[in-house]
Design a protein around this ligand. Structure first.
Ligand code: DAH
Length: 339
């Protein structure tokens, strides 16, 4: 009989239940009037007198063990059900806040898309540069005042290491590494040592364009920029070119677009001129082609460069450059949601 008791104890010990029904089955099996333990008690009558004490104690221990086990299982079940009640699956989910794209990215992508449709490919270059790529290869003579056109951040220990002041530096990389025809647009961050105000910042973004092939003409440049301006600001947009100077282009021009705010009639954005200046451009100077190993007798090219902040200001009516870099969500939330 002691063996039977040990067997039952082991059985009960190993039981687990998933539900109140299973627990009740367990109770009936072992503790009801017809259950295993009752049967043991009945058998107890036949136990010889000298074994009664030992077996009686063992049966009692088993019964208490079974009662304990059932109590523990019951508590476990109750805990589970209150736990699952705490999770209300019908509640609405926590809303996931979608971010929004930065206005600079929105405008940059739109601008790049226009040039991609004309066959330009996107190229990128380093923000930390050497003098060659930012100045010398772009025909800025040593000690020439043209270098002061852009206040440069130099690394003091080595003045040959600097933050690029314009994305024109990537033209040089492209000409050094590609063979004509070259048709690239280069978006990127540029840095200038400027006092920060609503209209100037020490960091901003540009897009540079470069097209080099045989027989590229000023007319090609003009058509490319006219197409770009119409795509970006609308079909009615006109452009005008004013002669200008850049060391890396000859001839050089600055390009104005008819004011997209007033349609050219004159308003405070265009300072009542009807025109907005948006970019610099020109025919790549033969010195620049040669410096990067391109045969200037065989090839010609045009280049242009423009600030993205300025164009985003015009498109979105933003009036303070600093807003772009402060990351104030009240500002950022106003733009197209990222998808
Ligand atoms: N790099 C000039 C700037 O930062 C912009 C520019 C002007 C780029 C004329 C060009 C260009 O490629 O041809 O002000």
């Amino acid at each position: 009989m002691l063996d039977r008791i040990r067997e039952l104890q082991k059985e009960i010990e190993e039981r687990v239940v998933q539900s109140a029904e299973e627990l009740e089955e367990l109770r009936i099996k072992y503790l009801s009037k017809k259950g295993e333990i009752s049967k043991l008690i009945e058998d107890f009558r036949n136990v010889s007198a000298d074994q009664k004490k030992e077996i009686g104690a063992a049966v009692n221990t088993l019964k208490n063990f079974a009662l304990d086990k059932i109590r523990v299982l019951k508590e476990g079940l109750e805990e589970q059900t209150t736990e699952s009640r705490k999770i209300d699956l019908t509640l609405p989910g926590d809303p996931m806040k979608a971010g929004s794209r930065h206005p600079i990215s929105i405008v940059k992508n739109e601008m790049l898309d226009i040039f991609k449709r004309l066959g330009f490919v996107v190229s990128e270059g380093p923000e930390i540069e050497d003098d060659w790529h930012v100045f010398s290869a772009l025909n800025f003579p040593e000690e020439h005042p043209a270098r002061d056109m852009q206040d440069t951040f130099f690394i003091t220990r080595n003045p040959d290491v600097l933050l690029r002041t314009h994305t024109s530096s990537v033209q040089v990389h492209d000409m050094e590494t590609m063979q004509p025809p070259i048709r690239t647009v280069t978006p990127g961050r540029v840095f200038r040592n400027e006092a920060i105000s609503y209209r100037a910042h020490c960091m901003f973004h540009q897009i540079e364009g470069l097209y080099i092939d045989e027989n590229v003409s000023f007319a090609d440049l003009k058509q490319t920029l006219l197409f770009f301006a119409k795509e970006l600001f609308g079909e009615k947009t006109e452009i005008r070119m004013r002669p200008s100077y850049f060391p890396f282009t000859e001839p050089s021009a600055e390009v104005d677009v008819s004011c997209s705010i007033c349609g050219g009639k004159g308003c405070n954005v265009c300072k009542y001129t009807g025109w907005l200046e948006i970019l610099g451009c020109g025919m790549v100077d033969p010195n620049v082609l040669e410096a990067s190993g391109i045969d200037s007798k065989k090839y010609t090219g045009f280049a242009f460069g423009m600030g993205i902040e300025r164009i985003a200001m015009l498109k979105f009516g933003i009036n303070d450059l600093r807003l772009y870099f402060e990351n104030d969500v009240r500002f950022l939330n106003q733009f197209e949601a990222a998808n």
